[in-house]
Design a protein around this ligand. Sequence first.
Ligand code: CAA
Length: 383
Amino acid sequence: MRLSPSETQTLVQRTAREFAERVVRPLAADIDAKARIPDAVVRGLGELGLLAVNVSPDVGGAGAGAVAYALAVQEIARACASTAVTMSVTNMVGEAITHFGTPAQARHYVADLARGDAGLGCFALSEAGAGSDPGAMTTTARRDGSHGGDWVLDGAKQWISGGSAARVFIVWARTRPIEAASKGISCFLVDGNAAGLRVGRPEDKMGVRGSSTVPLEFSGCRVPASAMLGAENEGFKIAMMALDGGRIGISSQAIGIARAALEESVRYAKDRRTFGAPIAEHQAIKWKLADMQTRIEAAHLLSMRAAWMKETGRAFSREAAIAKLFASESAIAVCNDAVQIHGGYGYTRDFAAERHLRDARVTTIYEGTSEIQRLVIARSALA
Ligand code: CAA
């Protein structure tokens, strides 16, 4: 594994950093307060190739690989966690359609997603009673033989990121009875404005407030036979493989948030004085800063390793789970220390430290909780 980025990876990282600093960071507090990412920000990501970093140029992607993608998500998350998860999920959906879909499906959806001007890519797997255990989902897809093999979807999904502005949802539904568990699930591409699909009111969340999180209701939602992604009853594995890559994205998001929290803490610690000296001179603060930096560097290396393994075609489920587990738990610890270093000010909206802590909190929950990552890692250790 190369420890220094290639020319292409450096270029993508610089591009993301420049956009993050110039456009995204100045809007981040407003995105959080108004719970909305301006369309121009998503379009800007699209113009720079950041919505399909690891997708082939044949279908509108940047073709820059998984490491470049991970570096870019970090840079965007350093400025705004909501924008980073929006970017990350759209990349995950574009990659899944390209990888598992037909050329026609990829042509139809992925160029739109990559441009960022037609709506987002969304991942509709979880349900109210099936989050960590998606094999227990109850949304169904029934084939309607009288209509040329259309599929009719009924049921409900929950916690769908970006769903208020979806171009396309990847929807998982049962095509065999519940007893078939993970072996009876198929995957469908459903347009954001499909008849029979109702997108619910966004949740009022603690963090990543700019990225909507919505419930979906499918009531006789009819899609053509050509909407199936991959093979019938093979949908669970598509979800698992997409989430392996998604977890690299969330580890990168967590690292980006933690980097911002550390940088702001360093600035504050040099400026704020107690007992006749900047608090950066006190050992109590120095040790915190050292621990924060160490966690970030370790998380970065784990995330880069998982991305490199993905990029070079190696199995990387375990490495992605390790990176996500460590980066997300580290981000919460780092952001918590950042609030502590800022003292009373850290507990107010006058400083970004409290936003970083709220934003970091979800990274141990979505795309597989820390408990699920531990399960994946332990299964591999025991295999
Ligand atoms: N890659 C390929 N195949 C995989 C796989 C992987 N990573 N993981 C499992 N599979 C395959 C297995 O090999 C098995 O195949 P066979 O039937 O041929 O043997 C099949 O899938 C079933 O696997 P398991 O028996 O291991 O399945 P399980 O029911 O025990 O679940 C789990 C395993 C890891 C716990 C899984 O359920 C899981 O990851 N849960 C968490 C789900 C999750 O992350 N949800 C996040 C929601 S999406 C989100 O948050 C997005 C967003 O909007 C931000």
